[in-house]
Design a protein. Structure first.
Length: 244
């Protein structure tokens, strides 16, 4: 499909069209996470545009963290490494101010369920579609502090529901195993009261206050691929976002 056909009826600067072409190739798996892209000259030649247009597209993709550039080396597809997740997607900090890294994760249950009306809405599915439900807890210094419920459309994560275990960093796992790169996440935070399930999972007495953080996470192509509910022991952790 030509660039003109891709954007018929909608004007976009040429570099934005090239940016979308490169993004589509990454989504399709033509270039894997951590892999170096062809040079600016090679991309310009294959896409029949100038090097300046390619450079502008790559700079824009770099600002969106879809690629990263190493001066004198080249441009690479970004990876959701453990470090990336810690600094970009994990906003919980210990109340004592000590930097303790990313809490470890322990899988409690994983199963296939039918999407309820609420889940269907959160994941842009049809009610009754197959959804993978993951329950796990996070521990800091071996003490449970977060109970997580994670919901994934089964159509994007085939056979994940039969996985024997899951790694600590799910976003890196999604990228490596399913070619799904989490590019954006929106969190909603509210105060809630602990219930019996919270006591069973993280030991918080029913009636005590918790933070509940619900997240919708999107892939590079805009698909909603994860809905997550984290219930956080506010005696141990707080939610922090640095605004620059």
């Amino acid at each position: 499909m030509s660039l003109k056909e891709q954007n018929s009826g909608e004007f976009k600067p040429l570099y934005q069209k090239i940016e979308q072409v490169i993004t589509n190739k990454i989504i399709a798996g033509e270039w894997k996470p951590g892999e170096m892209l062809p040079s600016e000259f090679q991309l310009a030649d294959s896409l029949n545009v100038s090097q300046g247009t390619v450079r502008k597209a790559l700079n824009s993709l770099g600002e969106s963290n879809i690629v990263f550039r190493r001066q004198g080396v080249g441009t690479f597809v970004s990876e959701n490494t453990l470090k990336d997740m810690l600094f970009h997607f994990f906003h919980y900090k210990a109340n004592d101010g000590e930097e303790k890294g990313l809490p470890s994760a322990e899988l409690i249950d994983i199963k296939l369920i039918d999407a309820s009306a609420e889940l269907a809405c959160q994941l842009e599915l049809a009610q009754g579609d197959s959804v993978i439900k993951i329950i796990r807890i996070r521990k800091l210094a071996k003490k449970p502090c977060i109970a997580e419920q994670i919901y994934l459309p089964q159509c994007f994560f085939t056979q994940l529901d039969i996985a024997g275990d899951l790694p600590n960093s799910l976003y890196h796992y999604y990228q490596e195993s399913f070619n799904i790169t989490i590019n954006k996440a929106a969190d909603k935070i509210r105060a809630v009261i602990a219930d019996d399930t919270d006591y069973e999972l993280i030991g918080v007495t029913p009636g005590m206050p918790l933070l509940e953080v619900s997240r919708q996470a999107k892939a590079l192509d805009g698909r909603l691929v994860e809905y997550r509910i984290s219930r956080v022991d506010s005696e141990q952790l707080h939610y922090l976002v640095d605004l620059n």
